[in-house]
Design a protein around this ligand. Structure first.
Ligand code: DCP
Ligand code: MG
Ligand code: MN
Length: 338
Protein backbone atom coordinates (compact mmCIF):
# COMPACT_ATOMS: atom_id res chain seq x y z
CA UNK A 1 0.00 0.00 0.00
CA UNK A 2 1.91 2.99 -1.28
CA UNK A 3 -0.75 5.64 -0.68
CA UNK A 4 -0.23 6.59 2.96
CA UNK A 5 3.56 6.22 2.73
CA UNK A 6 3.73 8.60 -0.16
CA UNK A 7 1.54 11.02 1.72
CA UNK A 8 3.72 10.94 4.83
CA UNK A 9 6.71 12.04 2.78
CA UNK A 10 4.88 14.97 1.23
CA UNK A 11 2.75 16.09 4.11
CA UNK A 12 4.19 16.88 7.52
CA UNK A 13 0.80 16.25 9.17
CA UNK A 14 0.00 12.93 7.54
CA UNK A 15 -0.18 10.94 10.79
CA UNK A 16 -2.47 13.48 12.43
CA UNK A 17 -4.67 13.58 9.35
CA UNK A 18 -4.91 9.80 9.27
CA UNK A 19 -6.15 9.72 12.88
CA UNK A 20 -8.62 12.55 12.35
CA UNK A 21 -9.95 10.78 9.25
CA UNK A 22 -10.69 7.67 11.30
CA UNK A 23 -12.60 9.75 13.77
CA UNK A 24 -14.43 11.49 10.93
CA UNK A 25 -15.46 8.12 9.55
CA UNK A 26 -16.78 7.12 12.94
CA UNK A 27 -18.84 10.27 13.34
CA UNK A 28 -20.22 9.91 9.83
CA UNK A 29 -21.16 6.34 10.53
CA UNK A 30 -22.93 7.07 13.76
CA UNK A 31 -24.98 9.82 12.14
CA UNK A 32 -23.45 12.70 14.04
CA UNK A 33 -24.84 15.87 12.48
CA UNK A 34 -22.16 18.51 13.01
CA UNK A 35 -18.86 16.88 13.82
CA UNK A 36 -18.29 15.41 10.34
CA UNK A 37 -18.40 18.91 8.86
CA UNK A 38 -16.02 20.31 11.44
CA UNK A 39 -13.66 17.39 10.90
CA UNK A 40 -13.72 17.64 7.12
CA UNK A 41 -12.92 21.34 7.30
CA UNK A 42 -10.14 20.80 9.82
CA UNK A 43 -8.62 17.98 7.76
CA UNK A 44 -8.71 20.08 4.61
CA UNK A 45 -7.06 22.97 6.45
CA UNK A 46 -4.40 20.68 7.89
CA UNK A 47 -3.63 19.25 4.46
CA UNK A 48 -2.75 22.73 3.26
CA UNK A 49 -0.15 23.29 5.99
CA UNK A 50 3.47 23.15 4.92
CA UNK A 51 4.78 22.75 8.48
CA UNK A 52 3.99 20.16 11.09
CA UNK A 53 1.35 21.42 13.51
CA UNK A 54 2.32 20.30 17.00
CA UNK A 55 0.42 22.24 19.63
CA UNK A 56 -3.18 23.12 20.23
CA UNK A 57 -2.24 26.78 20.10
CA UNK A 58 -0.66 26.47 16.65
CA UNK A 59 -3.65 24.50 15.38
CA UNK A 60 -6.17 27.05 16.61
CA UNK A 61 -4.52 29.80 14.61
CA UNK A 62 -5.44 27.98 11.40
CA UNK A 63 -8.74 29.04 9.91
CA UNK A 64 -11.10 26.06 9.88
CA UNK A 65 -9.80 24.47 13.08
CA UNK A 66 -11.64 25.03 16.35
CA UNK A 67 -10.60 24.52 19.95
CA UNK A 68 -11.72 20.91 20.35
CA UNK A 69 -10.07 19.59 17.23
CA UNK A 70 -6.99 21.67 18.02
CA UNK A 71 -6.75 19.85 21.35
CA UNK A 72 -7.04 16.52 19.57
CA UNK A 73 -4.24 17.47 17.18
CA UNK A 74 -1.96 18.16 20.12
CA UNK A 75 -2.92 14.86 21.73
CA UNK A 76 -2.12 12.93 18.55
CA UNK A 77 1.25 14.58 18.13
CA UNK A 78 2.21 14.08 21.78
CA UNK A 79 0.98 10.55 22.34
CA UNK A 80 0.77 9.26 18.77
CA UNK A 81 -2.76 8.12 19.59
CA UNK A 82 -6.19 9.43 20.47
CA UNK A 83 -8.19 8.30 23.49
CA UNK A 84 -11.47 9.12 21.78
CA UNK A 85 -10.58 6.84 18.88
CA UNK A 86 -9.94 3.76 21.04
CA UNK A 87 -13.22 4.37 22.76
CA UNK A 88 -15.06 4.70 19.44
CA UNK A 89 -13.55 1.57 17.94
CA UNK A 90 -14.44 -0.42 21.07
CA UNK A 91 -18.12 -0.22 20.18
CA UNK A 92 -18.93 -3.94 19.71
CA UNK A 93 -21.36 -3.17 16.91
CA UNK A 94 -19.08 -0.82 15.04
CA UNK A 95 -18.15 -3.32 12.31
CA UNK A 96 -21.73 -4.43 11.74
CA UNK A 97 -23.00 -0.89 11.74
CA UNK A 98 -20.43 0.18 9.18
CA UNK A 99 -21.31 -2.84 7.02
CA UNK A 100 -25.07 -2.24 7.12
CA UNK A 101 -24.68 1.47 6.47
CA UNK A 102 -23.03 0.66 3.15
CA UNK A 103 -26.37 -0.70 1.95
CA UNK A 104 -28.10 1.82 -0.29
CA UNK A 105 -31.27 3.04 1.40
CA UNK A 106 -30.23 1.83 4.84
CA UNK A 107 -29.96 4.64 7.35
CA UNK A 108 -28.76 4.62 10.91
CA UNK A 109 -32.18 3.78 12.29
CA UNK A 110 -32.67 0.77 10.02
CA UNK A 111 -29.15 -0.50 10.72
CA UNK A 112 -29.81 -0.33 14.46
CA UNK A 113 -33.10 -2.19 14.09
CA UNK A 114 -31.40 -5.02 12.22
CA UNK A 115 -28.62 -5.19 14.81
CA UNK A 116 -31.15 -5.27 17.64
CA UNK A 117 -32.87 -8.16 15.86
CA UNK A 118 -29.61 -10.06 16.03
CA UNK A 119 -28.46 -9.77 12.43
CA UNK A 120 -24.72 -9.44 11.98
CA UNK A 121 -23.94 -10.30 8.38
CA UNK A 122 -25.31 -9.68 4.89
CA UNK A 123 -26.19 -13.36 4.78
CA UNK A 124 -28.26 -12.99 7.98
CA UNK A 125 -30.21 -10.19 6.35
CA UNK A 126 -30.84 -12.07 3.11
CA UNK A 127 -31.93 -15.24 4.89
CA UNK A 128 -33.67 -14.04 8.03
CA UNK A 129 -34.61 -10.36 7.93
CA UNK A 130 -37.91 -9.11 6.64
CA UNK A 131 -36.86 -6.98 3.68
CA UNK A 132 -38.70 -4.61 1.41
CA UNK A 133 -38.18 -4.98 -2.31
CA UNK A 134 -35.90 -1.93 -2.37
CA UNK A 135 -33.88 -3.09 0.60
CA UNK A 136 -33.32 -6.42 -1.09
CA UNK A 137 -32.01 -4.68 -4.21
CA UNK A 138 -29.67 -2.57 -2.08
CA UNK A 139 -28.33 -5.67 -0.37
CA UNK A 140 -28.03 -7.86 -3.44
CA UNK A 141 -26.13 -5.10 -5.23
CA UNK A 142 -24.15 -3.91 -2.23
CA UNK A 143 -20.79 -4.46 -3.91
CA UNK A 144 -21.90 -2.82 -7.16
CA UNK A 145 -23.27 0.26 -5.41
CA UNK A 146 -20.28 0.48 -3.08
CA UNK A 147 -17.82 0.65 -5.99
CA UNK A 148 -16.83 4.00 -7.51
CA UNK A 149 -17.82 4.39 -11.16
CA UNK A 150 -15.13 5.36 -13.68
CA UNK A 151 -15.84 8.72 -15.26
CA UNK A 152 -16.01 7.19 -18.75
CA UNK A 153 -18.78 4.84 -17.66
CA UNK A 154 -20.73 7.66 -16.03
CA UNK A 155 -20.58 9.45 -19.35
CA UNK A 156 -21.88 6.38 -21.18
CA UNK A 157 -24.88 6.11 -18.85
CA UNK A 158 -25.52 9.77 -19.57
CA UNK A 159 -25.42 9.12 -23.31
CA UNK A 160 -28.08 6.43 -23.03
CA UNK A 161 -30.42 8.84 -21.26
CA UNK A 162 -29.56 11.61 -23.70
CA UNK A 163 -30.42 9.55 -26.76
CA UNK A 164 -33.81 8.55 -25.32
CA UNK A 165 -34.58 12.18 -24.44
CA UNK A 166 -33.76 13.15 -28.01
CA UNK A 167 -36.33 10.68 -29.31
CA UNK A 168 -38.94 12.20 -27.02
CA UNK A 169 -38.56 15.95 -27.63
CA UNK A 170 -35.68 17.82 -29.22
CA UNK A 171 -36.07 20.65 -26.68
CA UNK A 172 -35.23 18.37 -23.75
CA UNK A 173 -31.66 18.64 -22.56
CA UNK A 174 -29.67 17.05 -19.80
CA UNK A 175 -26.48 17.47 -17.87
CA UNK A 176 -24.52 15.10 -15.66
CA UNK A 177 -24.18 16.70 -12.25
CA UNK A 178 -22.57 15.92 -8.88
CA UNK A 179 -18.99 14.72 -8.71
CA UNK A 180 -18.92 14.21 -12.50
CA UNK A 181 -19.48 17.91 -13.12
CA UNK A 182 -16.78 18.68 -10.57
CA UNK A 183 -14.46 16.74 -12.82
CA UNK A 184 -13.76 13.79 -10.54
CA UNK A 185 -12.12 10.72 -12.09
CA UNK A 186 -14.70 8.43 -10.51
CA UNK A 187 -18.17 8.92 -9.07
CA UNK A 188 -20.28 7.35 -6.35
CA UNK A 189 -23.39 7.50 -8.48
CA UNK A 190 -24.72 9.10 -11.66
CA UNK A 191 -26.67 12.33 -11.18
CA UNK A 192 -28.63 13.56 -14.16
CA UNK A 193 -30.59 16.77 -14.45
CA UNK A 194 -33.17 17.06 -17.22
CA UNK A 195 -34.49 20.44 -18.34
CA UNK A 196 -36.84 21.96 -20.89
CA UNK A 197 -37.06 25.67 -21.79
CA UNK A 198 -40.84 25.97 -21.43
CA UNK A 199 -42.35 22.85 -19.85
CA UNK A 200 -44.36 23.27 -16.62
CA UNK A 201 -43.66 21.17 -13.55
CA UNK A 202 -46.67 19.06 -14.37
CA UNK A 203 -45.44 18.44 -17.89
CA UNK A 204 -41.98 17.59 -16.63
CA UNK A 205 -43.47 15.02 -14.31
CA UNK A 206 -45.10 13.34 -17.30
CA UNK A 207 -41.82 13.49 -19.22
CA UNK A 208 -40.14 11.69 -16.33
CA UNK A 209 -42.78 8.94 -16.33
CA UNK A 210 -42.38 8.50 -20.07
CA UNK A 211 -38.59 8.56 -19.87
CA UNK A 212 -38.52 5.91 -17.15
CA UNK A 213 -40.85 3.66 -19.08
CA UNK A 214 -38.58 3.83 -22.13
CA UNK A 215 -35.44 3.26 -20.07
CA UNK A 216 -37.01 0.23 -18.38
CA UNK A 217 -38.13 -1.17 -21.69
CA UNK A 218 -34.64 -1.01 -23.19
CA UNK A 219 -33.26 -2.92 -20.21
CA UNK A 220 -31.03 -0.02 -19.14
CA UNK A 221 -33.04 0.95 -16.08
CA UNK A 222 -33.07 -1.92 -13.59
CA UNK A 223 -34.91 -0.50 -10.60
CA UNK A 224 -36.73 2.58 -9.40
CA UNK A 225 -36.21 2.88 -5.66
CA UNK A 226 -37.91 6.25 -5.25
CA UNK A 227 -40.36 5.85 -2.39
CA UNK A 228 -42.97 8.40 -3.45
CA UNK A 229 -42.61 9.36 -7.07
CA UNK A 230 -46.15 8.69 -8.14
CA UNK A 231 -47.56 11.93 -6.72
CA UNK A 232 -46.17 14.45 -9.16
CA UNK A 233 -42.59 13.73 -8.15
CA UNK A 234 -39.72 15.18 -10.10
CA UNK A 235 -36.95 12.81 -9.09
CA UNK A 236 -36.00 9.19 -9.53
CA UNK A 237 -33.51 7.25 -7.45
CA UNK A 238 -32.78 4.02 -9.21
CA UNK A 239 -30.24 1.70 -10.75
CA UNK A 240 -29.03 1.30 -14.31
CA UNK A 241 -26.80 -1.09 -16.22
CA UNK A 242 -25.00 -0.48 -19.52
CA UNK A 243 -24.85 -4.07 -20.75
CA UNK A 244 -25.58 -7.51 -19.33
CA UNK A 245 -22.75 -8.62 -17.08
CA UNK A 246 -21.80 -5.06 -16.15
CA UNK A 247 -22.37 -3.78 -12.61
CA UNK A 248 -25.60 -2.07 -11.62
CA UNK A 249 -24.99 1.60 -10.94
CA UNK A 250 -26.90 4.05 -8.79
CA UNK A 251 -28.70 6.54 -11.04
CA UNK A 252 -30.48 9.72 -9.92
CA UNK A 253 -32.63 11.59 -12.40
CA UNK A 254 -34.06 14.98 -11.59
CA UNK A 255 -36.43 17.13 -13.64
CA UNK A 256 -35.96 20.88 -13.25
CA UNK A 257 -38.29 23.63 -14.54
CA UNK A 258 -36.48 26.38 -16.41
CA UNK A 259 -36.86 29.06 -13.71
CA UNK A 260 -35.06 26.78 -11.21
CA UNK A 261 -32.19 25.64 -13.42
CA UNK A 262 -29.55 28.10 -12.15
CA UNK A 263 -30.15 27.19 -8.51
CA UNK A 264 -30.37 23.49 -9.37
CA UNK A 265 -27.06 23.63 -11.23
CA UNK A 266 -25.52 25.16 -8.15
CA UNK A 267 -27.09 22.70 -5.74
CA UNK A 268 -26.47 19.48 -7.65
CA UNK A 269 -22.88 20.33 -8.46
CA UNK A 270 -21.94 20.43 -4.79
CA UNK A 271 -19.88 19.44 -3.12
CA UNK A 272 -22.13 19.24 -0.09
CA UNK A 273 -19.76 21.26 2.10
CA UNK A 274 -19.48 23.99 -0.52
CA UNK A 275 -23.30 24.05 -0.64
CA UNK A 276 -23.54 24.45 3.11
CA UNK A 277 -21.18 27.39 3.11
CA UNK A 278 -22.87 29.23 0.25
CA UNK A 279 -26.32 28.65 1.77
CA UNK A 280 -25.04 30.00 5.06
CA UNK A 281 -23.69 33.05 3.27
CA UNK A 282 -27.10 33.64 1.68
CA UNK A 283 -28.75 33.33 5.08
CA UNK A 284 -26.39 35.92 6.55
CA UNK A 285 -27.62 38.30 3.87
CA UNK A 286 -31.24 37.62 4.79
CA UNK A 287 -31.76 35.45 1.71
CA UNK A 288 -32.59 31.81 1.30
CA UNK A 289 -30.82 29.62 -1.22
CA UNK A 290 -32.20 26.20 -2.05
CA UNK A 291 -32.28 23.92 -5.06
CA UNK A 292 -35.20 25.88 -6.55
CA UNK A 293 -33.83 29.37 -6.38
CA UNK A 294 -32.55 32.29 -4.41
CA UNK A 295 -35.34 33.87 -2.34
CA UNK A 296 -36.05 37.06 -0.45
CA UNK A 297 -38.59 37.32 2.35
CA UNK A 298 -39.16 33.58 2.37
CA UNK A 299 -40.22 32.24 5.76
CA UNK A 300 -40.47 28.66 6.92
CA UNK A 301 -41.55 27.16 10.23
CA UNK A 302 -39.54 24.71 12.33
CA UNK A 303 -40.59 21.85 10.05
CA UNK A 304 -39.36 23.66 6.93
CA UNK A 305 -42.97 24.24 5.88
CA UNK A 306 -43.26 27.42 3.86
CA UNK A 307 -45.23 30.14 5.67
CA UNK A 308 -44.46 33.05 3.32
CA UNK A 309 -43.41 32.18 -0.19
CA UNK A 310 -41.35 35.33 -0.62
CA UNK A 311 -40.01 36.30 -4.01
CA UNK A 312 -37.36 34.77 -6.14
CA UNK A 313 -34.57 37.29 -6.62
CA UNK A 314 -32.73 35.24 -9.21
CA UNK A 315 -34.47 32.87 -11.56
CA UNK A 316 -33.71 31.18 -14.84
CA UNK A 317 -30.94 28.96 -16.06
CA UNK A 318 -28.00 31.23 -15.21
CA UNK A 319 -25.91 29.83 -12.38
CA UNK A 320 -23.49 32.78 -12.44
CA UNK A 321 -26.32 35.20 -11.67
CA UNK A 322 -26.65 33.62 -8.22
CA UNK A 323 -22.97 34.06 -7.44
CA UNK A 324 -23.25 37.67 -8.64
CA UNK A 325 -26.30 38.46 -6.54
CA UNK A 326 -24.60 37.02 -3.47
CA UNK A 327 -21.41 38.92 -4.24
CA UNK A 328 -19.44 35.69 -4.36
CA UNK A 329 -16.63 35.31 -6.83
CA UNK A 330 -17.42 32.73 -9.52
CA UNK A 331 -15.96 29.30 -8.92
CA UNK A 332 -15.70 26.67 -11.62
CA UNK A 333 -17.30 23.35 -10.67
CA UNK A 334 -13.91 21.70 -10.10
CA UNK A 335 -13.06 24.45 -7.61
CA UNK A 336 -16.10 23.78 -5.44
CA UNK A 337 -14.44 21.33 -3.15
CA UNK A 338 -13.27 21.25 0.41
N1 DCP B 1 -26.14 17.41 -2.08
C1 DCP B 1 -26.08 18.26 -0.98
N2 DCP B 1 -26.31 17.77 0.27
C2 DCP B 1 -26.59 16.48 0.46
C3 DCP B 1 -26.66 15.60 -0.63
C4 DCP B 1 -26.42 16.10 -1.90
O1 DCP B 1 -25.82 19.44 -1.14
N3 DCP B 1 -26.80 16.02 1.70
C5 DCP B 1 -25.88 17.94 -3.43
C6 DCP B 1 -24.39 18.17 -3.61
C7 DCP B 1 -23.94 16.95 -4.33
C8 DCP B 1 -25.14 16.63 -5.21
O2 DCP B 1 -26.26 17.01 -4.43
O3 DCP B 1 -22.78 17.19 -5.07
C9 DCP B 1 -25.21 15.19 -5.64
O4 DCP B 1 -25.25 14.34 -4.51
P1 DCP B 1 -24.41 13.00 -4.42
O5 DCP B 1 -24.77 12.37 -3.14
O6 DCP B 1 -24.62 12.19 -5.65
O7 DCP B 1 -22.90 13.48 -4.27
P2 DCP B 1 -21.73 13.71 -5.33
O8 DCP B 1 -22.21 13.47 -6.71
O9 DCP B 1 -21.15 15.03 -5.02
O10 DCP B 1 -20.65 12.62 -4.94
P3 DCP B 1 -20.62 11.07 -5.34
O11 DCP B 1 -19.51 10.89 -6.32
O12 DCP B 1 -20.35 10.35 -4.07
O13 DCP B 1 -21.96 10.72 -5.91
MG1 MG C 1 -23.25 11.77 -7.18
MN1 MN D 1 -26.66 11.29 -6.32
Amino acid sequence: NKGPQKQSKDCPNARTIEMLEKLLEYYELTGDQWRPIAYRKAIAALKRQKEKVCTSKEAKKISGIGQRIADKIEEIVETNELRRLDYAMDDPNYETLSLFLKIYGCGLQQAKVWISQGHRTIDDLLKHAKLSKHQRIGIEHLDDFDTRIPREEVKEHGEVVRSVLREMDSDLSMEIMGSYRRGKADCGDIDIMVTHPTATANELHKVLEDLLERLFESGFLKADMTSSRRMGGMTMHGASQLRPGMPWRRLDILMVPNECVGAALLYFTGDDIFNRSIRLLARKKGLKLNQNGLWKGRQTDANSKVITEGTRVVSGPDEKAIFDYLGVEWREPHERIY
